[in-house]
Every structure is written in C-alpha cells, then in structure tokens.
Design a protein around this ligand. Structure first.
Ligand SMILES: [Ca+2]
Length: 142
C-alpha cells in the first residue's frame, strides 16, 4: 500500500463521513459475552464524529431485542426497547455528542435469550426521519 493512501485512510479514520446503511446478521447464542444481568450480547463498533447521527435498527427472530449505544468515553449510553407494537424490532437514532468509536450492543430484553437477528447501522450528517436528538432534552416516543 502506498504511503499516500495510508495517510488518506488515517485521515478518514479521524473524520468519518456518512456511512452505511450496513446490515449485519448475527445470533445471540451460548458462548457470546453476557451482560451482568445475564443477557447475551454482540457488540458493533461505529465510527462517528460529534454532530453526526447514528441509527441502529435490529430485527430479531426468536427473542425480544434490546439495544444499548455507548459513547467513546462511555458517558452517554442510550438504550431502547422494542417498538410497543412489534416486539421483534427495535431502533435507536441519536446525535453523537463525541467523536470516536461508539459501540452498539445488540442484546435481549430477557436474560439468556437466544436467536438470530439483523442489525442495520447507519451514520448520517442529517437527522434520520423521525429521529429525536436525545442530547437536547427529553426523549419523545415516535
Ligand atoms: Ca453472537
């Protein structure tokens, strides 16, 4: 790889642009890491810079999904349970309050639940439709 390309990649890592949506498939299963309360989880790292929007949507088969989004300094942690109307789907959209590596944890509402899921991850400069800026006051259910 040429040095100039390396430099460009390093710059890209510092200033991530919009990315995705990328859909990952996975499973909560024995052998996964577990939260202290016993739920299996998978972690996905997301590069974002302050002011960008991070949207994560999970559709699960066989368990009630639960999302946790951790900021780089782990000072902001948004959680979201399923849509009231659909216990197989959950979505989070927040405006990044810090630049760096955010982590989305796909987990379950119930301890030790297992099943497959697809997680769609997107970073945008503009607010996604229906998104609520959680850093700007109370969260409103949409
Ligand atoms: Ca897993």
């Amino acid at each position: 790889m040429r040095p100039s390309l390396l430099g460009l990649m390093a710059l890209a890592a510092c200033q991530p642009g919009p990315s995705g949506p990328v859909t990952e498939t996975g499973a909560l299963e024995p052998g996964d890491l577990r939260l202290a309360s016993g739920e299996f989880y998978d972690g996905f790292s997301i590069q974002a810079r302050e002011g960008q929007w991070i949207r994560v949507e999970v559709v699960a088969e066989g368990f009630d999904p639960y999302l946790i989004l951790r900021s780089p300094a782990e000072e902001q942690s948004e959680v979201d349970d399923s849509d009231e109307s659909d216990t197989r789907r959950t979505e989070i959209a927040v405006r990044a309050t810090e630049s760096g590596q955010w982590v989305a944890l796909v987990t379950s509402f119930a301890p030790a639940a297992t099943g497959t899921y697809s997680a769609t991850i997107e970073v945008t400069d503009q607010a996604p439709v229906g998104a609520v800026d959680a850093s700007q006051g109370p969260t409103i259910e949409v």
